[in-house]
Design a protein around this ligand. Structure first.
Ligand SMILES: [Zn+2]
Length: 452
């Protein structure tokens, strides 16, 4: 008996690797590494210069002028997507998804033809309905959000996010993924998240299986106005703790099991931190435990409100002199969202974390099914069980483990089985299970439900 126990413990320890060690041991997927290397500061700069050249991209500006306004801008985005589609083997389709918004007397003072520029990279597995979205907002603004004529360059807000979307589309459309990826440049963000709300409603109505949504808004500059902090080695990811959809029994579970830090958006944020830092050097992804910043909103929120895992990626230190400002100089201070304040190397890194995460998710098998923790007995160990994912083939699974007070997963344990017993008390740790395929791409984690 002694011997058997010893053996069990020994074997168990063989499988266990400390999380930070695991991060070093886990190899980068060569194809993702290659795609990350293709992210180009020159491309990003060219996209932003082009977007700025439309003068204003106010949602209320002209949709018919060929040179100036939101209409010309969205046509340009779709043209880029269409160019990329030529090298996609017929899998990338580009279009402007339009709707008419009636004047509401608030931030829409006349009927508006609202259009989201989109490209869909269809997944190669016909049975796999997972969708991953990367988004930025194409519209820009000056001090008065109703001003549709003044120059509103919007280089960073949100030329940076749209440039990231276009660059990911350029690189990723040459590759194939089992799951579907949507590249999205919405309109109407500054008028009240209108384009994102329109799409989130549509997604919910049509039962789209959106597994993750990455909203990129203001992520290409790095110096704050107040303190002069310059920091292009850190980027923030905002995530809500758990969804407003989590009511009734789910909410009871969250309270009784202490799962208030394990909602879908929070899990996605942890995933972006881990996978983003795996592929992008000299960049720390800083998790912020709230859905968004004070006094500001973002396009992930309509998706969060529909119960999807959606997060916001934003630079570390914002410069408010360069956001939502009329172009002007006062007492030697330049106001306005101009290209000259951009840091394209920082934007390259932030684009690359998006690409790495989207690629890793879209290549991975779907999540393991029926993940359960056995609570039949009082034990100082943990027994987990699960079933294979619905889509894709899993080489095995990662058990993720952390202390209840830890913000990030601390151990990552590989197993090829679909159950495991570990010498760690289920009372003292949080666990989750990911599926992992041959090339090492892991799914989002699934927190176990209480089962037998
Ligand atoms: Zn914005």
């Amino acid at each position: 008996m002694m011997k058997k126990n010893f053996c069990l413990i020994f074997l168990t320890y063989l499988f266990f690797i400390n999380y930070s060690e695991a991060q070093k041991i886990i190899q980068r997927d060569v194809s993702i590494e290659q795609m990350v290397k293709e992210v180009s500061t020159d491309s990003l700069k060219a996209y932003i210069n082009k977007m700025v050249s439309f003068g204003t991209r106010s949602t209320l500006s002209s949709t018919t002028d060929k040179k100036r306004g939101i209409g010309a801008a969205r046509e340009w985005v779709v043209q880029k997507f269409s160019d990329f589609a030529k090298n996609s083997g017929g899998r990338l389709t580009a279009f402007v998804d339009t709707t008419t918004l009636l004047a509401d007397g608030r931030r829409i003072d006349a009927n508006v033809n609202l259009g989201n520029a989109m490209a869909t990279l269809k997944g190669t597995d016909p049975n796999d309905d997972r969708i991953y979205i990367i988004s930025g907002h194409l519209d820009s603004r000056v001090s008065n959000v109703m001003n549709r004529t003044a120059d509103a360059p919007g280089a960073n807000d949100d030329g940076s996010g749209v440039a990231a979307v276009v660059e990911c589309a350029r690189i990723m459309s040459k590759h194939s993924f089992p799951a579907t990826i949507i590249f999205l440049a919405v309109s109407g963000e500054e008028q009240g998240l209108l384009g994102a709300t329109y799409l989130a409603d549509k997604a919910k109505k049509n039962n789209w299986n959106i597994d993750a949504m990455l909203n990129n808004d203001i992520m290409g500059s790095n110096n704050s106005n107040e303190t002069g902090i310059i920091d292009n080695t850190r980027v923030r990811i905002f995530s809500e703790a758990f969804s407003v959809q989590d009511t009734g029994r789910t909410a009871l579970n969250i309270r009784s099991l202490g799962l208030e830090n394990d909602g879908r958006a929070r899990q996605l944020a942890r995933y972006v931190k881990e996978v983003g830092e795996r592929y992008v050097d000299n960049l720390e992804v800083v998790m912020i435990y709230r859905n968004d910043r004070f006094l500001r909103g973002g396009d992930h929120t309509p998706f969060v409100q529909k119960g999807y895992a959606a997060v916001r990626i934003t630079e570390m230190n914002e410069n408010y002199n360069h956001q939502h400002q009329d172009l002007r100089t006062e007492k030697g201070v330049i106001y306005g969202d101009l290209v000259e304040f951009m840091d394209f190397e920082y934007l390259r890194k932030n684009t690359a974390i998006n690409l790495a995460c989207l690629a890793n998710l879209a290549k991975a098998s779907s999540v393991p099914q029926e993940v359960k923790v056995d609570v039949r007995n009082l034990t100082n160990s943990t027994t987990l069980s699960w079933k294979a994912p619905n889509n894709g083939s899993a080489k095995g699974y990662y058990i993720l483990m952390r202390e209840t007070t830890s913000p990030i997963w601390q151990k990552k344990i590989f197993t090829s089985q679909t159950s495991t017993t570990m010498p760690y008390s289920k009372d003292n740790y949080f666990f989750a299970v990911q599926s992992v395929n041959e090339s090492g791409n892991e799914s989002l984690p699934v927190v176990p439900t209480v089962g037998r």
